[in-house]
Design a protein around this ligand. Structure first.
Ligand code: ATP
Length: 307
């Protein structure tokens, strides 16, 4: 009994860790083609994507019945547009992403993509339509080539290199001891936070989903790395419907709509300029705070450069 039970338990722990941290959901589903709660509706059809328009309609959800995490959340992301979700820790930002990926089913309300309720489509087709760039990317103990190709097993080598180029990591890989055959991960070459994020971007480019979910790293990257990664992120989001859990000022400014989430409710929404004009608004306050932090950081950089 012990022997049978152990691996299940291990998977369960891993599963919950990933659910909690929104880390590499896609990998998890591949590794663990099973979920206790979420099942395909009998005879359901695959998702037919058009432009990848997303609609949350009065979504209410709690992980446990006694504590709601999202309350009546409604928003739409038109095909090809980008929305940013901001708000304090624990507000429910990552939960919105997890629900779109159908990690859990909503308690009431509905989520649809191109007019189809995600509860009523084949999960595999749903997850094929969505690419995730997580905060922290888990690498397999395998070659860097495999780690990118993983997003689309059987892709041509040219497609893998092209994805790496667009993610600005191709040159870096060529500098590794065995180039694309270099082993990475826990037992291989350790990659930096920025490099791991580029691997995630390359994977997503190779997967070429219609929808991209981007969970921005809070603090893992230094300003220089961050600036360099912007171009690669822009390429992965271009012409795709995008939801970003945003921390960076640059992302927020360009979003088509910003949702400010607090305790599971959307408390402010609009474009950057609109939200800034609200005196005493939560967003306006957050913005002021971020500007101050950025100033402090730049001053620190300037003085270190002059030494
Ligand atoms: P952060 O910015 O810190 O990542 P967030 O806005 O993304 O926060 P969520 O991760 O969506 O917040 O969490 C919303 C609430 O749900 C929190 O109170 C959190 O403790 C709770 N929560 C998250 N995951 C689970 C889970 N698997 N089981 C129970 N409660 C959870």
């Amino acid at each position: 009994l012990m022997d049978l039970y152990m691996p299940l338990n291990w998977f369960g722990t891993y599963y919950r860790a990933i659910q909690k941290n929104f880390v590499d959901m896609e990998n998890m589903f591949e590794l663990l083609r099973e979920d206790e709660e979420i099942v395909d509706a009998p005879g359901c059809a695959p998702l037919l994507t058009a432009g990848g328009a997303i609609e949350f309609s009065n979504v209410t959800f709690g992980y446990t019945p006694d504590k709601l995490v999202l309350r009546n959340v409604s928003f739409t992301v038109p095909a090809g547009k980008t929305i940013a979700i901001v708000g304090p820790s624990g507000a429910g930002k990552s939960t919105i992403m997890r629900l779109l990926f159908r990690f859990y089913d909503v308690q009431s309300g509905s989520i649809s993509i191109d007019g189809q309720n995600i509860k009523l489509v084949q999960q595999q087709s749903l997850r094929k339509a969505i690419g995730v760039v997580p905060q922290d990317t888990v690498l397999f103990n395998n070659t860097i080539y495999y780690n990118i190709e993983y997003a689309k097993i059987g892709a041509s080598a040219d497609a893998v290199y092209e994805a790496a180029r667009s993610a600005d990591i191709h040159e870096r890989i060529l500098s590794f001891p065995d180039r694309y055959e270099t082993k990475v991960g826990e037992r291989g070459l350790r990659l930096s936070g920025g490099e791991k994020q580029r691997v995630a971007i390359a994977r997503t480019l190779l997967k070429a989903p219609i929808i991209v979910l981007l969970d921005e790293a809070t603090s893992a990257l230094d300003t220089h790395t961050e600036r360099n990664i912007q171009a690669a992120l822009a390429r992965v989001c271009a012409n795709r419907t995008t939801i970003i859990v945003a921390h960076r000022l640059s992302t927020i400014i360009h979003a088509d709509e910003i949702l400010v989430l607090k305790e599971g409710t959307i408390v402010e929404r609009g474009r950057h300029e609109e939200l800034l004009q609200r005196d005493g608004g939560i967003y306006a306050d957050m913005w002021q705070q971020q500007l101050k932090n950025l100033d402090a950081e730049q001053n620190a950089n300037d003085s270190s450069e002059s030494i």
